[in-house]
Design a protein around this ligand. Structure first.
Ligand SMILES: Cc1cc2nc3c(=O)[nH]c(=O)nc-3n(C[C@H](O)[C@H](O)[C@H](O)COP(=O)(O)O)c2cc1C
Length: 182
């Protein structure tokens, strides 16, 4: 009997017009698919048209759809961009819009920014603790200066491949283990 493959969502953390996150997400998905050790899908926060938390009566269909999508997933890879030394408001809002759907799942972080998005990623790790998301150690950090052309065209250096693979392996291992906790 073969175990059912885990479902891992690659969450695009930015919703800004002209954002580069889809390029980064597709690159991670390509690497992930080449290993074939789980089902990977891009989850774009922008598709859910989430309102700003607490400003509506909460009946927008996107809110329920967001929670349903997260519930389907066993683990996550956050594509994180640094906005004023933290994560984007869009990602924080999306994180706040669910609770149990995050619990007892694993996540990896791929970040970018002038210093690899490290400050944003560390903030996200703190949030993951509160949401009972087990964030894995290996953390690919991409530089706006050396992994992008004109800060807009994504041209990752080869050296990141190994880190992304290692991060994905950790996410799959922990996502599988945490299934028994849920
Ligand atoms: C409001 C705002 C604040 C930013 N602050 C930082 C920052 O503190 N550190 C950094 O390295 N880059 C910062 N940047 C640059 C972004 O990391 C860069 O524009 C990146 O491409 C944003 O990701 P996105 O294109 O997916 O939206 C900022 C960009 C914006 C729009």
């Amino acid at each position: 009997m073969t175990a059912e493959k885990l479902n891992i969502g690659i969450i695009l953390g930015s919703t800004r017009q002209g954002r580069v996150s889809p390029q980064v997400g597709e690159w991670v998905k390509g690497i992930a698919n080449s290993h074939g050790n789980a089902n990977y899908e891009i989850v774009d926060i922008a598709d859910f048209n989430l309102p700003f938390l607490g400003t509506t009566d909460g009946t927008e269909p996107g809110i329920a759809a967001w929670n349903e999508k997260l519930t389907e997933l066993d683990g996550f890879v956050f594509i994180v961009q640094e906005y004023n030394h933290s994560i984007s408001g869009a990602l924080k809002n999306a994180l706040d819009f669910a609770r149990e759907a995050w619990h007892n799942k694993a996540a990896g972080i791929v970040s970018y920014g002038s210093t690899g998005g490290a400050r944003a990623a560390e903030h996200l790790r703190g949030i993951c603790g509160e949401l009972k998301i087990a964030d894995v150690r290996t953390h690919p950090t991409l530089s706006l200066f050396t992994d992008f052309e004109n800060f807009s065209e994504f041209k990752p250096q080869e050296l990141h491949l190994q880190n992304v693979t290692e991060m994905l392996n950790e996410v799959v291992a922990w996502s599988g283990a945490l299934k028994s906790v849920r």
